[in-house]
Design a protein around this ligand. Structure first.
Ligand code: ZN
Length: 391
């Protein structure tokens, strides 16, 4: 890679098109701007897509949990679950947070691991998709990830540590520039947490302040490059926007009121915006679809064509036999993710205006970059072009 040119990709979780349009975020400094189609799913789906260019159908990450009795790493936890009384204690947020850390360590997970509100009695029937650190070398197994690619190309690169906060990640990026790194992938996730609490419109002051802060940080990267007499090309990428809460539905209770037994007759994952069902006993599909009927004004069962279009279709039904997606703004409460709704949520239909992500750049963005799964190709192209020119 040419030594006096720097390529920076900055990922800002949940920086949606609507927010960027509404605030004019860095319109002068980053004049090349495009609305990007969100990756169907959550950040846990989008990150592996960004890091590999593969769809969820290819990399196998959709919801964090997956009904998979045969593949569950938690099978042995079933033995201690009956001892965990009173349940209310073990369901407290802080207890669950610490327990997540302990379980993650115990199982040697290097990826992001959180139990959320997944009931302990169901855990032995669940697999968890982020057991490995996706950013690490060979973190996605056989699939080449960004680090594998940059290492193979012998690039002088820096990739953020996702365990630490935004401030420290910008500090690390500045240090990396000083050390002569010429390809940076900076990861930031704090805007997402804020937008869950303060979704726009109207754009809350804390959100404006955070955006102003990102701008300052970006300008500081430009300044360092200028001081080092290096030209810089910076591209901001995001994975989705944020949709304000309009309504909650208790779809979980409706399914649990049926005579079906979880684990024997059916499997289920209740994410905040979608219900993934696995049908086991012969009648289970009919009974579950019947139980969900009252919610059909608030959501719909995805067709195979929709699954294919969103890159989540698997013939082996890894993600469940059927997926019921809520309409934008409507959250499933309670779900395996939480017992209370959030003011804002993502993970709705990618076509919804509040779902749209963005790419913003100092330089022209190739026409073919239209959805989240195209970012990896763009990063690859930039590395290969410079390699061809400079080395
Ligand atoms: Zn989020």
């Amino acid at each position: 890679m040419v030594k006096n040119e720097v390529e920076i990709f900055l990922f800002i979780d949940a920086l949606g098109w609507e927010l960027v349009e509404g605030t004019g975020f860095m319109s002068e400094e980053l004049p090349f701007r495009r609305r990007i189609e969100m990756q169907f799913g959550y950040s846990s789906t989008a990150i592996p897509t960004i890091l590999s260019g593969r769809t969820p159908a290819e990399h196998g990450h959709l919801g964090l949990f997956r009904f998979a009795p045969k593949d569950s790493p938690f099978r042995r936890l079933g033995r201690i679950e009956p001892l965990m009384r009173p349940r209310s204690f073990w369901n407290r947020g802080r207890v669950r947070h610490w327990l997540s850390r302990i379980i993650g360590r115990l199982y040697g997970f290097t990826g992001y691991f959180q139990l959320y509100q997944m009931p302990f009695c169901k855990l032995p029937l669940m697999d968890y998709c982020e057991k490995q650190d996706l950013f690490a070398s060979r973190g996605m197994g056989e699939i080449e990830n960004l680090r594998d690619f940059l290492t193979r190309h012998d690039a002088a690169y820096h990739i953020s540590d996702w365990h630490i906060g935004d401030r420290r990640n910008f500090e690390a990026a500045r240090r990396a520039l000083g050390e002569g790194k010429t390809f940076l992938f900076i990861y930031t996730a704090e805007l997402d947490a804020l937008l869950h609490r303060f979704p726009a419109p109207p754009v809350a002051d804390v959100i404006r302040e955070k955006l102003a802060w990102y701008r300052e940080e970006i300008l500081s990267l430009f300044k360092i490059c200028a001081d080092l007499k290096k030209t810089v090309r910076l591209t901001v990428i995001s994975d989705h926007g944020m949709t304000p809460l309009t309504k909650t539905v208790d779809l979980k209770s409706a399914v649990e009121k049926t005579p079906l037994v979880f684990g024997r007759d059916y499997g289920a994952c209740y994410d905040s915006t979608m219900f993934r069902a696995t049908f086991i006993s012969p009648d289970s599909e009919r009974i579950i679809r019947e139980a969900v009927k009252p919610f059909e004004n608030d959501g719909h069962w995805l067709t195979a064509d929709e699954e294919k279009h969103y890159g989540i279709y698997r013939a082996d039904r890894l993600f469940g036999d059927a997926i019921f997606l809520m309409a934008p703004g409507i959250q499933i409460v309670p779900s395996d993710m939480g017992n209370v709704p959030l003011n804002g949520m993502h993970g709705f239909s990618p076509e919804d205006k509040d779902s749209q992500a963005v790419v913003l750049s100092t330089d022209e963005i190739p026409e073919r970059v239209r959805c989240v799964s195209d970012y990896f190709g763009l990063m690859k192209q930039r590395v290969e072009e410079r390699e061809a020119r400079g080395v």
